[in-house]
Design a protein around this ligand. Structure first.
Ligand SMILES: Nc1ncnc2c1ncn2[C@@H]1O[C@H](COP(=O)(O)OP(=O)(O)OP(=O)(O)O)[C@@H](O)[C@H]1O
Ligand SMILES: [Mg+2]
Length: 246
């Protein structure tokens, strides 16, 4: 089992789009995949639950071990792809996790055993106790970032915070998202990406209205526009993740 966090303290950089599409590509390979939506916004959950609102659960019950993580797992419409849906109560996770000095994510991952080949976590846009625990417990971190200076800065900040907590920064892999190759500023940032990010990005996702249409379809890109450039870019990203990361 491999655990991959999709994380950046910056908001709106394509974390959820990346989590949803990577999880779908992983499942298409026939690998049992679990997507854990740990963001109280519930965007990943929303993409997978067309009709009914997700069942409600209380984050406090999970953290206080009154409820098992396994009991939260739901099927998605896609074979080999399960979901742990979000709940609004997740906004209290930081406070709740402070009740316990252990990193509960390590315990939760071990409870899942080998049921899943890959677990992908869609993180909230923060660098909090919650995300630090996830950064520590996960095998790899994929950090989506826009090709802009402020977005690059947040990758450096993540690295800095990881170093402060003695976490290996080599498990952090940036991905550039929403790239508009017609924009000179994007071209320049892409040319300097390795230097500015401290590592060559593991993927390049173009800006595409098809990604926004995921909101209309409430489904991963590959299910309704499999040949569009963004879908192909996500497919390539998943192949790179398998090759270089897993
Ligand atoms: N490659 C892309 N091309 C065009 N639009 C995109 C692309 N990726 C994401 N978007 C759009 O950008 C918005 C933010 O994307 P997303 O929700 O994936 O970001 P996020 O980092 O998860 O945000 P948050 O920090 O709020 O969780 C959404 O409306 C999404 O449809
Ligand atoms: Mg999100």
């Amino acid at each position: 089992m491999r655990t991959i966090a999709i994380c950046n303290l910056k908001g709106g950089v394509g974390k959820t789009a990346t989590a949803v599409n990577l999880a779908w590509h992983a499942s298409q390979r026939g690998h049992n995949t679990l997507l854990w939506d740990i963001d109280a916004q519930g965007a990943s959950t929303w993409y997978f639950t067309k009709d009914d609102p997700a069942d409600s659960f209380k984050a406090a019950r999970l953290v206080r071990q009154k409820m098992s993580l396994g009991s939260l797992i739901r099927k998605t419409p896609y074979k080999h792809l399960d979901l742990i849906p979000s709940d609004l109560s997740l906004h209290k996770m930081d406070i709740l996790l402070n009740e316990n000095k252990d990193n509960l994510f390590k315990e939760w991952f071990s409870q899942l055993g080998e049921d899943y080949r890959t677990i992908i976590i869609d993180c909230p846009p923060t660098l909090s106790r919650l995300t630090l625990n996830i950064l520590e417990a996960c095998d790899r971190i994929i950090a989506p970032a826009l090709p802009t200076p402020l977005s690059y800065m947040t990758i450096q900040q993540m690295r800095q915070v990881m170093e402060e907590h003695d976490l290996p920064t080599k498990k952090l892999y940036p991905v550039l998202t929403m790239i508009d190759r017609r924009k000179k500023v994007h071209q320049e940032f892409m040319a300097n990406a390795k230097k500015s990010l401290g590592r060559k990005p593991i993927g390049f996702i173009p800006y595409a209205s098809d990604v926004e249409k995921m909101g209309e379809h409430r489904a991963p890109l590959g299910t309704f526009a499999p040949r569009c450039p963004a879908a192909l870019a996500y497919q390539l990203l998943w192949e790179n993740v398998c090759k270089k990361v897993l």
